[in-house]
Write a protein that binds this ligand. Structure first.
Ligand code: PEP
Length: 251
């Protein structure tokens, strides 16, 4: 059956030194904890190698927050999936709403990035989600369906390696969480779209995480919903105790 996952997204926060300390803290708390989910931290490119050196990846997975759609060459400032994998990371967030909004990432690029990630044995955490206007004008299911189409060139086997994160943009970093019922409705919709494309078995095996102002105080209610398989956590992942509070929501 599908896995429960709590993944942190540190975004553009912490120096390498601060990031190593935070990773060490999370790693230490996990060492003796009994958890009922996989735990992952996705950190800036600059931090990957140093963080990998201080965590036990049997307990704490490591990921990047993006990767290039290109393999190598004259793309100044870009970081390829192969480079990410060579740090020891096993995951990569793709299609975060901030990448879509500020860097214009579209379905075509995201399809290529997903391919590159999978070719380098990175597990994509593929983000989808509507903006406030789309929530309010009722087009949110269609918006998310069309974002998922970026993945639909994948074989069923490859699709099975992808984690989906539903992150309503209006809930990211705003303190405004989707209600557990809103999250469940969208997660059920996503699972149905996947089932229509790949069949029920693949859909039932896909982990679908919720992201958007998830905190220790609301995680339990969200994660109790049948189609919510964990969370992608921004702000609350920057403090070891609040991140662990969310991990413990599965206990
Ligand atoms: C995110 O950006 O992935 C996120 C969920 O952020 P926050 O938890 O801060 O809303």
């Amino acid at each position: 059956m599908r896995k429960n996952i709590v993944a942190g997204n540190w975004k553009m926060n912490t120096t390498v030194q601060e990031g190593v300390s935070l990773a060490q803290e999370v790693n230490a708390l996990l060492k003796d904890a009994k958890t009922n989910c996989d735990v992952v931290i996705c950190v800036p490119f600059t931090h990957l190698t140093a963080v990998n050196a201080v965590i036990d990846q049997n307990k704490l997975g490591l990921g990047a927050e993006n990767c290039s759609e290109h393999d190598k060459g004259a793309y100044t400032g870009e970081v390829s999936a192969q480079m990410v994998a060579s740090t020891g990371a096993n995951y990569v967030i793709l299609g975060h709403s901030e990448r879509r909004q500020y860097f214009g990432e579209n379905n075509e690029q995201l399809a290529t990035k997903t391919r590159k990630a999978l070719d380098n044995n990175l597990k994509p955490i593929f983000c989808v989600g509507e903006v406030l206007e789309e929530r309010e004008n009722g087009t949110y299911n269609d918006v998310v369906s069309s974002q998922l189409e970026a993945l639909f060139g994948l074989s069923a086997e490859d699709f099975g390696k992808v984690v989906i994160a539903y992150e309503p943009v209006w809930a990211i970093g705003t303190g405004k969480t989707a209600t557990a019922d809103q999250a469940q409705d969208m997660h059920a919709h996503i699972r149905k779209v996947i089932a229509d494309k790949y069949g029920k078995e693949v859909a039932d095996a896909t982990s679908i995480l919720y992201g958007g102002s998830c905190k220790p105080t609301n995680a339990k209610e969200l994660f109790a919903k049948p189609d919510v398989d964990g969370g992608l956590i921004g702000g609350a992942a920057l403090k070891a105790d609040s991140f662990m509070g969310i991990v413990e929501a599965f206990n």
